[in-house]
Design a protein around this ligand. Structure first.
Ligand code: HEM
Length: 368
């Protein structure tokens, strides 16, 4: 696999550059000449029709400083020590979901009972969203994350933002110190509702897809969950599950991180003009044989594992500690409660959600 750059057309029919190859993708993720804003967003290439994630933001003089300030709020609220404190609550939520799975008729839909609701429950907990509103928010964010966008998707995104605005209006007092929405209100007042909506989308759809993918990868192996490493090594396994793409997934569902050139630059020998869209192919980079030996194999003990599944550099995933916690707790409890868990249909019959920007599955039938 050479470090390559090629001309492609996005799903919206706009021109873009697609970059593959681990070294180049990784170095571009920290390159200041690429960013997520554009001087004229309305004329920039779009990377999807989705209502929530489709085109660059407007460039501004304060964008870097604003972004750094925002990350400080996120990283404080989602720090490793906060995650340690959250672990008992996440464990409780996982146990509740596994009890629901136990009660379900076999074959049961793991996606519907566990992968889909669990991350939404966790992010609702962090934002202080009442449990009775969760299903409505999940429905809106599912519509907002549709690749095709359209009026319905835009309306769903607006409703999600309006809901967060109502919730935000009740926050910001000193008593709310520990809650993430309160921190957003205190430190980013005007933008708090939009940020909370983005966080809700970013935090639950991605994690739900990651849980489905982890299950499919593990249950496709001959020893399935019986071969899971002991608890203290589950973190290493989680990194490997984050590195690998969905089995059988094509470029349609592959993870592409969009960037815009702030200035003209040369990538792998190809001149790229300022303002052009550059798509960084994370899944292909994570399978680069020059970086990962036997890259297509699931090696539960792979270390080091500098995968790009959570991105890299200034925009890398601030929710990674939370996603890692959810996966680790879930896999640990699954191995003890459901050691005989198996896919109820062949992998080839699982239906991918090509309609969502977050990918994932329509359902994941399992038995035990
Ligand atoms: C396994 C689950 C997850 C995956 C695979 C994932 C993946 C990613 C990736 C690849 C990026 C970088 C995007 C880029 O460079 O353009 C990112 C950014 C982000 N993620 Fe995640 N994420 C996950 C879970 C979460 C969770 C649970 C949260 C929130 C609690 C979250 C919040 C965010 C935010 C706010 C950003 C933007 C950071 C910034 O702009 O500086 N993510 N995520």
């Amino acid at each position: 696999m050479a470090d390559a750059i090629q001309r492609v057309t996005t799903g919206t029919g706009d021109p873009a550059w697609l970059v593959t190859g681990y070294r180049t993708v990784r170095s571009l993720l920290t390159d200041d000449r690429l960013g997520r804003t554009h001087p004229r967003p309305e004329s920039a290439s779009r990377f999807s029709r989705s209502a929530a994630f489709d085109q660059p933001r407007a460039a501004s003089d304060t964008e870097r400083a604003d972004h750094r300030r925002l990350r400080r709020t996120f990283t404080r609220s989602l720090s490793a020590s906060r995650m340690r404190a959250l672990q008992p609550r996440v464990t409780q939520l996982v146990e509740d979901r596994l009890a629901a799975l136990e009660r379900a008729e076999r074959p049961a839909d793991f996606h519907g009972v566990v992968s889909q609701p669990l991350p939404a429950m966790v992010i609702c907990e962090l934002l202080g969203v009442p449990d009775r509103h969760r299903e409505q928010l999940v429905a809106w964010s599912g519509q907002a994350a549709s690749r095709d966008g359209g009026e319905r998707a835009r309306e769903a995104y607006v409703r999600l933002c309006r809901y967060m605005a109502v919730l935000a209006a009740r926050r910001g007092g000193p008593d709310d110190a520990a809650d993430l929405l309160s921190a957003l209100v205190r430190e980013h007042t005007e933008r708090a509702a939009g940020l909370a909506a983005e966080l809700f989308l970013a935090g639950h759809l991605t994690t739900s897809t990651a849980i489905d993918k982890a299950l499919v990868l593990l249950l496709s192996r001959p020893d399935r969950l019986a071969g899971l490493p002991p608890e203290e090594h589950l973190g290493t396994l989680v990194e490997e599950l984050m590195r690998l793409p969905f089995p059988g997934g094509g470029r349609d569902t592959a993870r592409l991180l969009p960037r815009y050139a702030n200035t003209g630059l040369t990538i792998a020998g190809q001149p790229v003009d300022g303002g052009e869209l550059v798509l960084l192919a994370v899944d292909e980079a994570n399978l680069d044989p020059r970086e990962f030996s036997c890259p297509a194999d699931l090696d539960p003990a792979r270390s080091p594992n500098p995968h790009l599944g959570f991105g890299h550099g200034p925009f890398s995933c601030v929710g990674a500690p939370l996603a890692r916690l959810e996966l680790r707790v879930l896999l640990g409890l699954l191995a003890t409660r459901f050691p005989g868990l198996a896919l109820a249909v062949p992998v080839g019959r699982l239906r991918p959600r090509t309609d969502l920007i977050s990918g994932g599955l329509w359902e994941l039938p399992v038995t035990w």
